[in-house]
Write a protein that binds this ligand. Structure first.
Ligand SMILES: *Cc1c(COP(=O)(O)O)cnc(C)c1O
Length: 385
C-alpha cells in the first residue's frame, strides 16, 4: 500500500465498523463478552486483554508507524513502564541525555528498586554512543528531538551501531509523530509515544502507544500489556482515533507557525538563544532533514538576563503557562521547575536547562496573535521598568 500519510491518517487501521458500516468505530463500552459455550466466543473475552475500540486504535498506529503490532496504554509512562518490564535485574538501559523528566524519574526512582540500571549517554554524539554500546547494555532509549533543548539524534546511525552489539533500540517519538518520522523504518525495534500530545492533539486525554514489527517482541508486549494491565479505556481510544484523523492538517499549521515564531524570537533583543532544529545552523539540522519530513513544532529559548522569567510567564494572555505540549492551543513551560524538576540540578545545569530557559509548544492559532502576545509579555518583563 503506497497511499500518502495524509490519506492513511484517515483510512488506515480498521476504517469502518464491520457490524454496521459506521465510518467511526463505536465506543465498545464493555468489560466482558458473552461466551455461548465454554471457550466459544467472537474473539473477545475480557477488555483488559482486548477491546474492539482499542484494537482499532492499535491497528491504526501500527499501520502509521509501518509496524505490525500496536499497543495502547493509559499514559505515555504506562507504555514505557510496560516496555521496561521486558528487562530484569542487572540489565542496563542507555538513555538520551535530554530525556523527558518522567522517563528519568521512572528509571531513577521506580525501576532502580528492581535492580534495572541505566546510564545517560549523549546520543547526538555517535562515537560516545558507540563507546557506551560496547558495554552491551540491554537497550538504548532515544528521544529525538530531545526534551527540552530539541537536540537531534541520528536514529538510523545509532540503531545500526546498537544492532551490531545486539542492543534493542527504543525511540520515544512523541515530538515527531508518524506524520513526520517513522523510527521503525530507520531501524528502531520499538517506537513509543505519549499520545497525550500531538496524536491526541486537543489536550483532552492521557494516553500512550507503542509499536513493533517483530513477532516475538509483539508477543512479549502483548503478554505484558495484559498481565500488567495499564490499558487505554474504550472512550479514550475513540478520542485518540478522532485526534489522529486530523494530525496532518494540525501538524502543517503547527510547523508553519513554529517557523514564523522561531524567526521572530531569533531577532528579539529579549531572547538570548533559540533552540529550533529548523534553523540551518542548528545542531542536527541536516540529520533531521534526512530522517524526518519536518522540524516539529517545539521551540525552546533562553530569555536575556534583563528579562524576568516569572513576570514574562504571568504576563502572557493567549499562551497558557502549563505542562504538556502538542495541543491545538499554545502552551509554554519552565523546564527547570516543571517538566524537568525531577532531574537533579547538577544534571540540569550540565545539559543546559537553565532558569531562563522556556519551552514553547506552538499551537494552531494565527501566528501573528502569538507573536503579539510574546511581544507584549517581553515588554512587561523587562527589569527596571
Ligand atoms: C509527556 C511525555 C511522556 C509521558 O507521557 P504521559 O502521557 O504524560 O504519561 C513521555 N515522553 C515524552 C517525550 C513526553 O513528552
Amino acid at each position: 500500500m503506497t497511499r500518502k500519510i495524509e490519506t492513511q491518517l484517515i483510512h488506515a487501521g480498521i476504517p469502518e465498523d464491520e457490524a454496521t458500516g459506521a465510518v467511526n468505530i463505536p465506543i465498545y463500552q464493555t468489560s466482558t463478552y458473552h461466551q455461548t459455550a465454554l471457550g466459544v466466543h467472537k474473539g473477545w473475552e475480557y477488555s483488559r486483554t482486548g477491546n474492539p475500540t482499542r484494537a482499532a486504535l492499535e491497528q491504526l498506529i501500527a499501520d502509521l508507524e509501518h509496524g505490525t503490532h500496536g499497543f495502547a496504554f493509559a499514559s505515555g509512562l504506562a507504555a514505557l513502564t510496560t516496555i521496561l518490564h521486558l528487562f530484569s535485574s542487572g540489565d542496563e538501559i542507555l538513555i538520551s541525555e535530554n530525556v523527558y523528566g518522567g522517563t528519568y524519574r521512572l528509571l531513577a526512582n521506580v525501576f532502580d528498586q528492581t535492580g534495572l540500571k541505566f546510564s545517560i549517554v549523549d546520543t547526538t554524539d555517535l562515537s560516545k554512543t558507540e563507546e557506551a554500546l560496547s558495554r552491551h547494555p540491554s537497550a538504548i532509549l532515544i528521544e529525538s528531538p530531545a526534551n527540552p533543548l530539541l537536540t537531534i539524534t541520528d536514529v538510523e546511525a545509532v540503531a545500526q551501531a546498537a544492532h551490531r552489539e545486539g542492543v534493542l533500540v527504543i525511540v520515544d517519538s512523541t515530538f515527531m509523530t508518524p506524520y513526520l518520522m517513522r523510527p521503525l523504518d530507520l531501524g528502531a525495534d520499538i517506537v513509543v509515544h505519549s499520545a497525550t500530545k500531538y496524536l491526541g492533539g486537543h489536550s483532552d486525554l492521557i494516553a500512550g502507544l507503542a509499536v513493533v514489527k517483530d513477532e516475538e517482541l509483539a508477543q512479549k508486549l502483548a503478554f505484558l500489556q495484559n498481565a500488567a494491565g495499564a490499558v487505554l479505556a474504550p472512550f479514550d481510544s475513540y478520542l485518540l482515533i478522532r485526534g489522529i484523523r486530523t494530525l496532518g492538517v494540525r501538524m502543517d499549521r503547527h510547523q508553519e507557525n513554529t517557523a514564523a515564531i522561531a524567526s521572530f524570537l531569533k531577532e528579539s533583543p529579549a531572547v538570548k538563544s533559540v533552540y529550533y532544529p529548523g534553523f540551518e545552523d542548528a545542531q542536527g539540522h541536516e540529520i533531521q532533514k534526512k530522517q524526518a519530513s519536518g522540524f516539529g513544532a517545539m521551540i525552546s529559548f533562553e530569555l536575556a538576563e534583563e528579562y524576568d522569567f516569572r513576570v514574562f510567564l504571568s504576563s502572557l494572555k493567549l499562551i497558557y503557562l502549563a505542562e504538556s505540549l502538542g495541543g491545538v492551543e499554545s502552551l509554554i513551560c519552565h523546564p527547570s521547575s516543571m517538566t524537568h524538576a525531577s532531574i537533579p540540578e547538577e544534571i540540569r545545569n550540565k545539559v543546559g536547562i537553565s532558569e531562563q530557559l522556556l519551552r514553547l509548544s506552538v499551537g494552531i492559532e494565527h501566528a501573528e496573535d502569538l507573536i503579539e502576545d510574546l511581544n507584549q509579555a517581553f515588554e512587561q518583563s523587562r527589569k527596571g521598568e
